[in-house]
Design a binder for this molecule. Sequence first.
Ligand SMILES: Cc1cc2nc3c(=O)[nH]c(=O)nc-3n(C[C@H](O)[C@H](O)[C@H](O)COP(=O)(O)OP(=O)(O)OC[C@H]3O[C@@H](n4cnc5c(N)ncnc54)[C@H](O)[C@@H]3O)c2cc1C
Length: 372
Amino acid sequence: MLSFWEKDEFLNYDHIVIGAGIVGLSTAISIKESTPKARVLVLERGTFPTGASTKNAGFACFGSLTEILSDLKLMPESEVFNLVKLRWEGLQLLRARVGDKALDYQNLGGYELMRSPDMTAFEEMQKVNELLLPLFKEPVYHDRTSVLDKLGFDSSKIEGLVFNPFEAQLHSGKMMKSLAALATGLGVEIFTGTSVSQFDEGPDGIEVQTDSGISFKARKLAICTNAFSKRLLPEVDLAPGRGVVLVTKPIANLKFKGTFHYDEGYYYFRNYQDRILFGGGRNLDVKGEETTEFAVRDLLINKLKLDLKEMILPNQKFEIDHVWSGIMAFGPNKQPILENYSENVHVGIRLGGMGVAIGSKMGFELAQRMLR
Ligand SMILES: Cc1cc2nc3c(=O)[nH]c(=O)nc-3n(C[C@H](O)[C@H](O)[C@H](O)COP(=O)(O)OP(=O)(O)OC[C@H]3O[C@@H](n4cnc5c(N)ncnc54)[C@H](O)[C@@H]3O)c2cc1C
């Protein structure tokens, strides 16, 4: 039973945002930056954000060479360019907002390991560099096969190396904590442990109902629930996709630093201090990993361990410290969904494997729609 005080102070807002991932928090921050007096509430079902934003690998990336070539097969050049632009601008907004120190942002560069079927990508590298030139003002992808031997990988399995000096890495936990602190500092209210069950639009606003039985009211609503959106939007064209990550214990004399990708981005590893953080393998069973359940299957983790042992650290001892999973969202191509569900309800979802980059810009765009 609610008190008069609770009814008076806790239930009514100008804007409600569902989901406290990077998109939800960025939306709330952008609203407050434009209209400091607006009453903004974020509702999050987890004790802290519990989807992808706190569970990812922390690559500050916008696409490897083979990923961009694969996107060019599905989308026109202008769309691919605009998507890279969204990611790059999203990263710059995140950095400007949070600061590199707070993000533990380290511009150590990114590399793509080219195996035999990937080698033809070198022939198209210049074309991709020309496509991205208006954004980066210099070539993004460089052939660094000459330094491959120094990195300690099994050279019989990798034939080429592409370097991208613009790619970086960050600490996802620090990123999300900083965004939450920024939001609350601006006056955003965040209620965690609050799962939204449905919303109804009426003549005097939107009623947002929660599993606890408490309903909130707002003039405008943003849905930022990414992979979990079907509960609120059953018709939405989106499939969840689980990603698995492991981290090793510290490794003595680790020979490389930076972010690394292979197999069109399906596998990704990086250093975190002197550990390796390694994720991927979803392509081994895309259908089986199309789930919102957090779990780690042997099929995937065993493949990651095998690639670590045979290809990435062939002559080094390592121990696995921890494994986990997170859930992202996929559609027919890599375009996220940014749309108006109605005049007062807006949706920013379907973020796949590069949401750290896109998230801040998505939130900004969503906020502009909320403020119209
Ligand atoms: C394993 C893994 C590795 C990744 N690596 C990278 C990487 O290195 N670089 C990169 O750029 N991207 C990476 N990503 C992708 C990136 O993390 C996501 O694209 C991004 O975090 C999506 O943010 P979001 O805010 O849209 O979704 P989420 O972070 O999933 O946030 C949605 C939030 O909504 C909440 N929610 C859901 N339903 C409800 C409800 N009914 N009521 C209330 N709250 C609800 C959830 O609890 C969740 O906190 C990775 C993802 C995974 C899973």
